[in-house]
Design a protein around this ligand. Structure first.
Ligand SMILES: Nc1ncnc2c1ncn2[C@@H]1O[C@H](COP(=O)(O)OP(=O)(O)OP(=O)(O)O)[C@@H](O)[C@H]1O
Length: 572
């Protein structure tokens, strides 16, 4: 079992916990024997001092039993928490190696549920294994053994009862297993809805869509509840059934032992001891039933956690080159085809982008613009064809150094809580001159210097204390601060007014050493670019300057005209 690898590291604390639970069970097994001698010798011989002595022994057994239980509990918690923490660390580390294709499959909400909820189920199972799986079997076997010592024939009742119970427990476990994996999947769905809802709370309010969202959430929580209730009903059968069998066995023991007491082959104290041992078996079985139910849940969680740990990035990091030296033909696409799962997105793309060039990409919604640039940083690998950067296939570079040379600004601005400085200096330590240049080119300098704390001003989670345009400028500054050889701006100036956008494009042009790719829906944002790539349903239908495209690219002409006539209408 793969989990043993984790438990191994904490074998000392696990063993101590395990041993102390056994010590506690040994003391528990002594209780019926002491009770029997209280009845047979103390009460039988009317000897109060013997009864008192036995009473003290019972108190001693209880006190030591309690202390042993405490030690076990302590070490069980230590082990389970440590295993859980290590699992979370390893999962988090693994998730950070994932590429976009992995994230498309496993999805963020599911990963969060696995990191939190599923690990808790495993922690619980580890703690229960230490605390209960030592005691329950030990108590069962010990009680059976002690019962055999008292009466071989009567103990057969124990054996038959135990077999019936074991079979019923096993059946209930098998039946309830599939429910638990369904419940965990439904939890993923609930997490997904909650996440979407919280992220899009403003949009939902703006469209007065709260009722629909509440209904969607209620439907999934109801589904999850229904599954819980179904499995709960099945599992609820276990305890009454266990009590029924054990109590039935006790009736038979008392009935059968009555004869033996009459003929003198069994004492009254021994009958009480047998009943006590049967009760111990009952307790052990109830514990066993609870542990089984915890194991059921943990098995579903275990599979989900190890799926995260064993999922390898689809983009393999097997390149050898660690440095990238810009050359004339900086980026080359050679007959590149790409698609997501069943969907074809990019078709036979071939083009070259020169070092220091500023290239715009334009095309309708879903034309494949973002997909194209995501291939450059190997967020996905191509289906066929090759991408070359600075004279080498991108697969021949090690991933980390390759990505160090590319700076992305994505459509969704992502700022983290901290300060402006911390957000901008993510790629390297603070250097005043680089910071100044980044703020200036991104058109963020003015508004940042107007803040009382300047670059030390706080940024709340998601950058919500800034306007959309300010957030875009800060993310552009962050990308510029990296001083990468290739800069990709993915439709990230949509919230900027025309004047600021124009100033940004002008300043970007002046970064002669950097190769820039700018995605935009607006021809006005791209007309200063050296060349503009026109994508139409994943195909390259034009790649030239603004003026030339206006002359000979029909798709570009249509985009241009639609935007300019709209502007005309608006202005008019
Ligand atoms: N992770 C993904 N999984 C599956 N399909 C995807 C994924 N990302 C994009 N697509 C699909 O690929 C196609 C191209 O998407 P892409 O985001 O590249 O278009 P785009 O030109 O950048 O669009 P937009 O201008 O709206 O941002 C779309 O049909 C989209 O639905």
């Amino acid at each position: 079992m793969k989990l043993l690898k984790y438990a191994k590291e904490y074998k000392f604390s696990a063993t101590i916990g395990f041993l102390f639970k056994i010590f506690e069970a040994v003391l528990e097994l002594c209780v019926p024997v002491v009770m029997a001698s209280v009845i047979d010798k103390g009460i039988g011989n009317n000897d109060p001092s013997y009864i008192l002595k036995c009473g003290l022994v019972l108190i001693g057994l209880a006190v030591f039993g309690y202390l042993f239980a405490l030690v076990c509990q302590w070490y069980a918690s230590l082990t389970s928490q440590s295993v859980g923490t290590q699992l979370r660390k390893d999962m988090y580390h693994q998730i950070n190696t994932y590429d976009d294709a992995n994230l498309d499959t496993l999805t963020a909400p599911s990963l969060v549920t696995r990191l939190i909820n599923d690990v808790v189920q495993i922690q619980l199972a580890v703690a229960m294994t230490i605390r209960l799986t030592s005691r329950a079997p030990f108590l069962m076997i010990g009680s059976l053994f002690m019962a055999f010592m008292i009466s071989g024939s009567l103990s057969m009742i124990f054996v038959v009862g135990a077999i019936i119970l074991a079979v019923s427990m096993f059946s209930i476990t098998i039946i309830s297993m599939p429910y638990f994996s369904r419940i965990q999947k439904l939890l993923d769905k609930i997490a997904l809805i909650a996440r979407e809802n919280l992220k899009g709370v403003r949009v939902i309010r703006a469209f007065s869509n709260q009722n629909h969202e509440i209904k969607r959430f209620n439907k999934e929580t109801k589904n999850q509840k229904d599954e819980q209730v179904k499995v709960g009903k099945i599992q609820a059968l276990l305890n009454p059934f266990t009590y029924l069998i054990v109590n039935f066995a006790i009736i038979i023991i008392i009935y059968a032992s009555g004869f033996q007491v009459n003929i003198g082959s069994l004492s009254q104290g021994e009958v009480i001891a047998l009943v006590n041992y049967m009760n111990s078996i009952l307790q052990a079985l109830i514990v066993f039933a609870n542990v089984l139910s915890i194991y059921n849940k943990a098995t579903a969680s275990y599979q989900r956690v190890f799926e995260v740990l064993e999922t390898k990035p689809k983009v393999e990091d097997q390149g050898v080159y660690e440095t990238l030296t810009p050359i004339e033909n900086m980026i080359e696409f050679k007959n590149v085809n790409f698609g997501y799962l069943q969907k074809d997105v990019l078709h036979d793309l071939s083009f070259t982008i020169k070092k220091g060039e500023t290239v715009g990409i334009i095309g309708g919604t879903g034309a494949g613009k973002s997909t194209l640039v995501s291939l450059i940083g190997r967020n996905y690998d191509t289906r066929s064809g090759e991408i070359w950067i600075a004279g080498k296939r991108i697969q021949d570079y090690k991933l980390a150094p390759l990505r160090k040379h590319i700076s992305y600004v994505l459509q969704n601005t992502s700022l983290i809580s901290g300060t402006i400085k911390e957000n901008i200096c993510m790629s390297k330590p603070y250097q005043a001159d680089i910071m100044n240049q980044a703020l200036e080119v991104s058109q963020a300098k003015e508004f940042v210097s107007n803040l009382s704390k300047g670059i030390e001003s706080p940024v709340v989670q998601g950058g919500k204390n800034f306007s959309g345009g300010q957030r875009q400028r800060l993310t552009i500054a962050r990308a510029l601060y990296k001083q990468a050889d290739i800069l990709v701006l993915d439709d990230c100036s949509s919230a900027l007014d025309y004047a600021t956008d124009a100033a940004l494009q002008k300043q970007l042009q002046e970064l002669k050493e950097m190769t820039k790719i700018i995605i935009s829906q607006r021809t006005a944002s791209l007309k200063r670019c050296d060349r503009i790539m026109v994508l139409y349903h994943g195909e390259l239908v034009g790649f030239d300057s603004h003026e030339q495209l206006l002359k000979d690219c029909q798709v570009y002409q249509e985009i241009y005209e639609s935007q300019n006539s709209k502007e005309g209408e608006t202005n008019g």
